[in-house]
Design a protein around this ligand. Structure first.
Ligand code: SF4
Length: 428
């Protein structure tokens, strides 16, 4: 049974008498397994639907006539009605395995579910797909899909991903998806000493002109390394000189206009972030690639229309270490243009260890430490909080300080929204 969250009041389902709180038992002869299955089954002109009321009394049957493609009108709180499929791999670089114990249970879910790839852009490995699922993906045109494929050399791939027994051969599955003309975006998690160097060149060759040349885009991100990384994993952070080599290597494939490198490599080397045109239409945003460029351009666009606001208020901006040079430079431009007095605090990530410098992984306890002695208005990026308003280590924004002299505010992370927000915070 699937609980029905709500029913659109102008829909065929509502007219037939189905209401929020009822549970779906059958739809055209089947219980959908996920929202995509529901859309597929609910697409027909003739609908046979069985539900039960919240009281759990006898089932109710409905025969509904509607147009093909007309929404039936049911809404659900979950997108996957059976269990989210988890991975059966043991990747050396797995970030879930590098988190401390006792955080929220949801942070330990190793989802590897093709449905969430299609719906939310989650990366999947293809190693847990059976024939039925591959057939469904192809028949129902699940596209685009986001696939992690860290190397096209099978030995290197197997050594990095360490798939469980009976795993599907991901290269064969990928070939089937591409032959079926589905749109596939690739992620390479780059691990120093494992899949960089000649292995990376070979992988990029295969993904641009070789066996998998039909993929839509390729994004290369560095493996995150925390202080909880299992010692035997062999994974370590990239050094700036190695980031430099990766940048050159990847630029050799720039003419294909589909290979993109994570911001971290440029920031680690101290290089400029590529210009907007180099990101094409940002096909790897799901992978975080291009976010820095979009932020910079959005911020500067908004800044152009601003003038001095004559405020003497001091505003503090919290950010991660990696992006702090970019933020310092943008805030310098903002202060100059508006006459404001905004300063940037780059928070060292003690929680995960100093190798994790991105802002979204900042924790409440590290921010609290960095703000000791601060006062006035303090802006904290809102993407460090989940939908329940909690940081990774369980802080709500109001718990990050007990100082009466500080006002903590969650700030938007879109560049132009942030610039406009900053202007209001400094003017008020
Ligand atoms: S596929 Fe690898 S990285 Fe992803 S959750 Fe599983 S073990 Fe971790």
């Amino acid at each position: 049974m699937i609980p029905i969250g709500s029913v659109a009041t102008d829909s065929p389902a509502y007219s037939a008498g189905i209401r929020s709180g009822d549970s779906l038992v059958e739809l055209n002869g089947k219980l959908p397994t996920d929202i995509l299955d529901y859309y597929f089954l609910a697409d027909d002109a003739q609908i046979h639907c069985v539900t039960v009321k919240p009281s759990g009394d006898s089932s109710h049957e409905y025969w509904i006539q509607k147009e093909i493609g007309e929404p039936l009108g049911l809404h659900f709180s979950e997108v996957v009605f059976d269990n989210v499929t988890e991975c059966a791999n043991h990747c050396r670089f797995c970030f879930v395995d590098q988190m401390p114990k006792d955080l929220r249970q949801t942070l330990y879910v190793k989802d590897d579910d093709y449905r969430l790839s299609m719906l939310w852009g989650n990366f999947i490995t293809l190693t847990n797909l059976g024939h039925d699922e591959i057939d469904r993906i192809i028949e129902q045109r699940f596209s685009p899909l986001y696939v992690s494929l860290h190397a096209t050399d099978l030995d290197v791939y197997s050594d990095l991903v360490r798939p469980g027994k009976g795993a599907a051969q991901p290269f064969d599955v990928l070939e089937s998806l591409l032959e079926a003309e589905l749109s596939v975006h690739i992620q390479i998690v780059l691990c120093a000493g494992f899949n960089d160097g000649v292995v990376l060149s070979r992988t990029l060759h295969d993904l641009t002109v070789g066996r998998f040349s039909e993929v839509q885009s390729v994004g290369i991100v560095p493996a995150g390394v925390t202080r909880f990384s299992p010692p035997k994993s062999g994974i370590r952070p990239f050094r700036p000189d190695e980031a430099s080599v990766v940048i050159e290597q990847v630029h050799a494939f720039a003419k294909h206009e589909k290979v993109f490198l994570a911001d971290e490599f440029y920031l680690l080397k101290g290089d400029r972030i590529p210009i907007d045109a180099e990101y094409q239409d940002y096909p790897q945003l799901e992978n975080g690639i291009g976010i820095a460029r979009q932020f910079i351009d959005g911020f500067r666009r908004e800044l152009q229309g601003m003038s001095a606001n004559n405020s003497a208020a001091v505003v503090t901006l919290v950010t991660g270490e990696l992006i702090s040079s970019v933020m310092n430079s943008l805030i310098g431009e903002f202060n100059l243009k508006t006459g404001a007095n905004v300063r940037v605090i780059a928070v060292h990530n003690q929680f995960f260890g100093g190798n994790v410098g991105v802002a979204p992984l900042l924790t409440g306890q590290d921010i609290m430490g960095a703000l000791s002695g601060a006062s006035g208005r303090v802006l904290i990026p809102d993407n460090i909080f989940n939908t329940d308003g909690l940081t990774l280590d369980g802080f709500r924004i109001e718990n990050i300080t007990d100082s009466k002299n500080m006002e903590l505010i969650a700030a938007p992370v879109d560049g132009s929204e942030f610039a406009e927000f900053l202007l209001r915070c400094t003017a008020a």
